[in-house]
Ligand binder design. Structure first.
Ligand SMILES: Cc1cc2nc3c(=O)[nH]c(=O)nc-3n(C[C@H](O)[C@H](O)[C@H](O)COP(=O)(O)OP(=O)(O)OC[C@H]3O[C@@H](n4cnc5c(N)ncnc54)[C@H](O)[C@@H]3O)c2cc1C
Length: 808
């Protein structure tokens, strides 16, 4: 083959991810070249253990892994290249009560996501895995469709399939740099010459961070050492032995040539190549570290006593790239159009390879992901991820927690505090227990004197339950002040600002200056890409407020949507602190600190004004995410403490207290307010989400055609609000049954302190369509950790359904 001089897309890296992406892109008819510096699989792929599990916390990521399994089942027949795939099933053990709850909840989640996950007794589990000691096992879950593969073979099989579909693969060819002209990618300089291409896809494994950095693209991954042991054949180890995960002993197992492979996730992992990966690191392993592995070995011996006498073939130590949140990184870099990333696979790159390559290829072809892939989207990162030391600290924690209990509402401990509001110390002194989002410290709840100011996690009611109830009730009966400084805020200005913004907003943003619009931004399928508030601050100026975690993503979405408009989008997050004053006494309190007329006539719901408070110019937004009268006060950051003090002294006689994000969550659930990422996202339309009221069909906006078509055709799913008895503990992902048939699952769940009932939001689905009558005429149940309980389903919020309080 002569060296290619041009291609539509160049893929950098010939591990499983690059080969899978090439396979899928070529099959989509793209002219694609894959360049590998050394030989295919020579990076990390060749030394993977090869377990292929499927269940993840998100339905779509689980679906990607399920796609891998389906692909691996047929790949060998398609390409003629062996893959070593076998569907031997996967076992997961539980050795204490909380873990058993977690496993039972996972089984419910798996069924919600369409996977058959069976719950087994210890002796049933032992029948499948006779070598293990089950004396400490309480129960197990079994996924019959999990399996294992030979990582190198499966990669070579994908490469052969890619070539069969027309992809050109060049080995021993390093990509030296990406060429750009005026910010547009023009090709790659390689050790063999220049290749012209408009799209570059970086699948360089642990090399991706350094590869992307010269382009100004942040890829927050870290190399960490990961070890597994391979034994000589052991009597009783059969070819059909399922893979085994033993999270309480931090270990995983699989069969290999009659022996066992056993690896684990130690709590004190070793980062590798902190000052850079050495040159020529191909087909290379690190020195085995028996001392470090001893902690894993001890735990493993308790499970499989036969290990005592088994011969050890090798202790394989290979570096793998891990990320701060344990999920991989996919998509087009927000910093550089045309530059795509598929990297950071956290030791499940073989399991993900098929699906991730498919999704990345589709993303390249369509210019957007084929479905909601937010948990792995490269736009989930922000400022903190630019700092390699920050990323390393957080990644070490994520690695160490790979098999520890994944508690509901669990927060990270490492690399904190980072971004702090000016009120941080003051709130801390008042008992604030902080959580973290995109580097920001945010008050989650406030401990009263005598209460432990620290999260104690549980699948039952956690220790913050009563404190959150206190804040919740204050918001409903008096007033609360919430520091929401971490909100992402953008300014859009320029002669074309309104026209351009109208195209990306489904709501009408053409109202007079001072109008506040709650709106969604939609993709071509009508799916919700962003859910935010837009304030018109001038004829050609808008102030846009969105969730803390969506700073990078929403900025990117709006910027792309501006096309060639003469309008500038600027991130002003750091310039403004935000204090949300919410509750029936909010007007009384605010009136005490400003001369402005705050009556409904002068300052109605859905508008914004600039008020003078304690010497500060404060942009007050009459809006609420908790369902009460209230104002979001946006003020220049340096005034935060002064305004906070003024509000507290004015509020002292009105029962004003501080509140945090966990109270916001319980309040918004009762009110049925949707949360992007949990209840709405790119796979749900405003009509399905019950947000049709926010859509201005009379304006021209992206996604309108899809919504009109959907409105005409009828809905196949609809968001509902589910309530259940107070002792039913909801965390989200619980399955919804209607008249005994599975119809959906909860996106979010919690407790409604005013309703004194548990509350969740989720979609119910039906192939023939979901009408209001059909929804409201059913008899409903929830499956919670494997048990069915009765519940009620409504379309309107159980708290203040007429929405009178926000307008009071
Ligand atoms: C010990 C261990 C056990 C594991 N066990 C499992 C498991 O059981 N199940 C599972 O699913 N996963 C497992 N994994 C994870 C899995 O191996 C990885 O996630 C996966 O191999 C990553 O594939 P990749 O294509 O992203 O990276 P790689 O395989 O590293 O491929 C990247 C390629 O890019 C090339 N490259 C880099 N820079 C350039 C450049 N500038 N020009 C050209 N080429 C370049 C490199 O040479 C390399 O070949 C394990 C990993 C380890 C370390």
């Amino acid at each position: 083959m002569t060296f290619p001089t041009h291609a539509r897309a160049v893929i950098v890296g010939g591990g499983i991810i690059g080969c899978s992406t090439a396979y899928h892109l070529a099959r989509l008819g793209w002219d694609v070249v894959l360049l590998e510096r050394h030989k295919l699989t020579s990076g990390t792929t060749f030394h993977a253990a090869g377990l292929v599990g499927q269940l993840r916390g998100s339905a779509n990521i689980t679906e990607l892994l399920g796609y891998s399994v389906r692909l691996y089942e047929t790949l060998e027949a398609e390409t003629g290249q062996a893959t070593g795939w076998k569907r031997n099933g996967g076992l997961r053990l539980a050795c204490n009560a909380e873990r058993w709850t977690e496993v039972k909840r996972q089984a419910t989640t798996a069924r919600s996501f369409g996977l058959d996950m069976q719950l087994l007794t210890p002796s049933e589990a032992q029948d499948l895995w006779p070598l293990m000691d089950v004396s400490d096992v309480i129960g197990a879950a079994y996924l019959p469709t999990d399996g294992q593969a030979n990582p190198s073979d499966i990669t070579l099989s994908l490469a052969r399939g890619a070539r069969m579909a027309g992809a050109r693969i060049v080995e021993d060819c390093a990509v030296l740099s990406v060429a750009r002209e005026k910010g547009v990618i023009t090709g790659v300089h390689t050790s063999n010459g220049f290749i012209r291409a408009g799209i570059v896809i970086a699948c360089c494994g642990q090399w991706t961070r350094d590869f992307a950095a010269p382009l100004g693209v942040t890829v927050p991954l870290m190399s960490m050492e990961h070890q597994y042991m391979v034994t000589e054949p052991i009597a009783g180890v059969t070819r059909d032995l399922p893979t085994l995960r033993d999270p309480d002993r931090l270990t995983y197992w699989k069969e290999e040539v009659g022996g066992l492979v056993m690896g684990g996730y130690e709590p004190n992992p070793k980062p590798w190549a902190i000052s850079g990966i050495p040159e020529g690191f191909h087909y290379t392993l690190l020195d085995s570290d028996y001392g470090h592995f001893e902690q894993i070995m001890e735990l493993a011996l308790g499970r499989v006593p036969a290990l005592q006498t088994a011969g050890i073939k090798t202790l394989s130590n290979g570096p793998e790239s891990f990320t701060p949140d344990g999920n991989f990184i996919l998509g087009e870099a927000p910093e550089q159009p045309g530059f795509f990333v598929g990297a950071g696979f956290n030791a499940f790159g073989i399991a993900s390879g098929g699906g991730a390559g498919m999704a990345l290829a589709e993303w390249v072809v369509r210019g957007e992901p084929p479905m909601d892939l937010w948990p792995v989207d490269i736009r989930r990162f922000g400022r903190s991820h630019f700092d390699a030391d920050w990323v390393r600290s957080r990644t070490i924690e994520a690695y160490g927690k790979h098999y520890t209990m994944a508690w509901p509402s669990e927060e990270h401990d490492s690399a904190r505090p980072g971004r702090r509001s000016p009120l941080y110390d003051r709130l801390k002194a008042r008992g604030a227990v902080f959580g973290e989002k995109l580097g920001w410290e945010r008050p989650n709840w406030f401990a009263a004197p005598g209460e432990v100011a620290q999260d104690i996690y549980s699948y039952q009611r956690p220790n913050w339950h009563d404190a959150v109830g206190r804040e919740h009730r204050a918001a409903r009966t008096a007033a609360v002040l919430i520091d929401q400084t971490s909100f992402a805020k953008f300014m859009l200005q320029g002669p074309d600002a309104q026209t351009a913004l109208q195209w990306v907003c489904a709501g009408d943003v053409s109202g007079p200056v001072g109008t506040l619009t709650y709106t969604q931004m939609l993709n071509d399928r009508g799916g919700i890409e962003a859910d935010l508030t837009v304030v018109r601050t001038g004829p050609d100026a808008f102030y846009i407020v969105t969730g803390t975690g969506f700073a990078t993503r929403d900025f990117d979405w709006i910027r792309r949507g501006l096309l060639d408009a003469n309008a500038q989008l600027i991130d002003v997050t750091s310039g403004y602190a935000v204090l949300s004053l919410m509750g029936p006494r909010a007007r009384d309190i605010l009136s005490a600190v400003t001369w402005a007329d705050l009556s409904n006539a002068a300052f109605p719901f859905g508008t914004a004004q600039t008020l003078a408070i304690a010497g500060a110019p404060v942009r007050a937004l009459r809006v609420s995410y908790v369902g009460e009268l209230g104002w979001e006060l946006h003020l220049p950051t340096e005034y935060a403490q002064t305004v906070y003090e003024a509000l507290h002294s004015a509020g002292a006689g009105h029962g004003l207290i501080d509140a945090g994000y966990r109270a916001i969550e319980t309040l918004r659930l009762e009110k049925g307010y949707r949360a992007w990422g949990a209840d709405i996202g790119p796979d749900t339309t405003p009509l399905e989400a019950g947000l049709g009221f926010a859509v201005a069909f009379g304006t021209a906006f992206r996604g309108r055609d899809a919504l009109l078509a959907q409105r005409a055709a009828g809905l196949g799913k609809r968001l509902v609000i589910v309530t259940a008895a107070r002792d039913v503990i909801l965390w989200g992902r619980e399955t919804v049954f209607r008249d005994g048939a599975r119809v959906g699952y909860l996106g979010s769940g919690g407790f409604g302190h005013t309703l004194n009932r548990s509350v969740g939001l989720g979609y119910v689905r039906r192939r023939e369509g979901v009408s209001k009558d059909w929804i409201l005429s059913g008899r409903y149940e929830l499956e919670v950790a494997g048990t069915r309980v009765p519940c009620d389903v409504t379309l309107s919020p159980p708290y203040d359904p007429a929405g009178l309080r926000v307008k009071s």
